[in-house]
Design a protein around this ligand. Sequence first.
Ligand code: OGA
Ligand code: NI
Length: 342
Amino acid sequence: MEKMLHSAPAHGRLPECFIFPADKLPQAKATSATVSLPIVDLSLGRDEVRRAILEAGKEIGFFQVVNHGVSLEAMQDMETVCQEFFRLPAEDKAGLYSEDTGRATRIYSSTMFDTGAEKYWRDCLRLACSFPAVGDSAAAWPDKPRRLREVVERFTVQTRGLGMEILRLLCEGLGLRPDYLEGDISGGDVVLHVNHYPPCPDPNATLGLPPHCDRNLLTLLLPSMVPGLEVAYRGDWIRVEPVPGAFVVNFGCQLEVVTNGILKSIEHRVMTNLGVARTTVATFIMPTTDCLIGPAAEFLSDDNPPCYRTLTFADFKRIYSVVKLGSSLNLTTNLKNVQKEL
Ligand code: OGA
Ligand code: NI
């Protein structure tokens, strides 16, 4: 528990283990101006929404959604209760601390990506929610703050509903059966990462999260009004400007695989800041562990051979975790390299 960043009273100096070598420093690549990601208004006509999602998805791989049906109250309650969680006295959280990646509910610091020596300026509360009986998972969640379980349940049910609607819209837009992405491919536990980035004494020397792609199917991020997320775009990083009430949506690796690369899972990273803590909630829609995932036949032809191997989600994660993050997390290249070794 003493490894958790947020439980220290204040950080006067950045400890050595967080300082990156010069070539990995955040500003090693120039960062362009802050941009607002494409905003898709889900209350518009279905044809228009379908087109907007596909366009935004193909252009940047990230977009924001507004008028999305998740209530403002559910979003605000979630943000507040998560901030309150990280402010609880250390003794209320100590039992949740674990470095065991097999433990579904836990708190830990930095990241479980194997990134080498450096640590990342981020604490995380991980929660797993099984569907449809979400209530069954709640017993494993923290019981403080008092409202946490009820708030997490309401938020997760609504946010997953939104995720499934976006998946249906994508299927329709891509010419797949509308329910193609239902069933096992989106039927694993919904995993929440409540990311907490405390004020950092030297934001130029470290990162909150390294450049990475999400390994799941679809991610919906409650991004906080404090900026920090950056998305890889044409060899540069763009800073995501938060939009009130919006979710940031991005495609996980499994959507890239299923669409044989039509949709791309884009690298992103998190910057820290000197002044204020930032708390975000990433909702990951995941396949079941045994689900076999490969390019859909609809996207394959003699001219379009499969770019990815068909693997179970468990094998994918195992392989992906041995691929060192490093210069690039380009999924196609990395998977091809790893697959040569299989
Ligand atoms: C993640 C992630 C972004 C953020 O949890 O995978 O990319 O801004 N989070 O916290
Ligand atoms: Ni991510």
